[in-house]
Design a protein around this ligand. Sequence first.
Ligand SMILES: [Zn+2]
Length: 272
Amino acid sequence: MIAFERDTSDPAFERIRGDAPLVVSMPHVGIGLPADIAGRLTPQAATLADTDWHLPLVYDFLAALGATVIVATQSRYVIDLNRPPDGSSLYPGMATTGLVPTETFRGEPVWRDAPPTDTQIAERRERWWRPYHDALSEELARLRTRHPRVVLWDAHSIASVLPRFFEGRLPDLNFGTASGASCDLELIHAVLDPVRAQQHYSWVLDGRYKGGHITRHHGRPQDGVHAIQLEMAQAIYMDESAPFALDPALSARLRPLLRACLHRALDWALKG
Ligand SMILES: [Zn+2]
């Protein structure tokens, strides 16, 4: 039996520790807003429409796999945990949102008045961004002392139609490996086996979404840490309009495929 410890000691994240060579990160599921920040949001931003809704419920099997799970508590409007700390663009030349977003995915303003200053952004980075990344580094290092290779799975979801970012409808499952730099090729092929074997969900590898800062920074195959980002179209498990309800039938249909992918990842890591 593996004992699971639910750690809520840092306000920036919740953590469940497991002993398997698998860490799952959920940087955009938070809906928390410090009071001084909540009062500054426009009504459009206050719906938190750009949240990666319900991922802990969709991935409800992780603790049973022995995975370590790190889940953000705060909204991405406080600070985006999947952006570089210096605020540089993830996708130069293409539309993207920044370290502290000024526009929603639909192009509406996030802030009622002036956007946060550089000093305020630096404060948010120390209070919310850094502890999340420190926890990721700490768990990956802890598991590397027990296993020669560890998989980091960065879990995301996004509305399926967002003309500001992409044409038409996003594929259902968007796997990202920083164009092959963030993990061993054998790992991504193992993960894609069950995806290739099904017909229901469309998918792409290193398409529009190739992995954000978490995948690119923490994924270091040469050091035994292999990172994959999965960006899912929200339409495959929930209602994309407010109040953004989970669809139990759709999520029940999706869950076995996700579990199969994570199982493959774990099997690959344990084989090393
Ligand atoms: Zn996300």
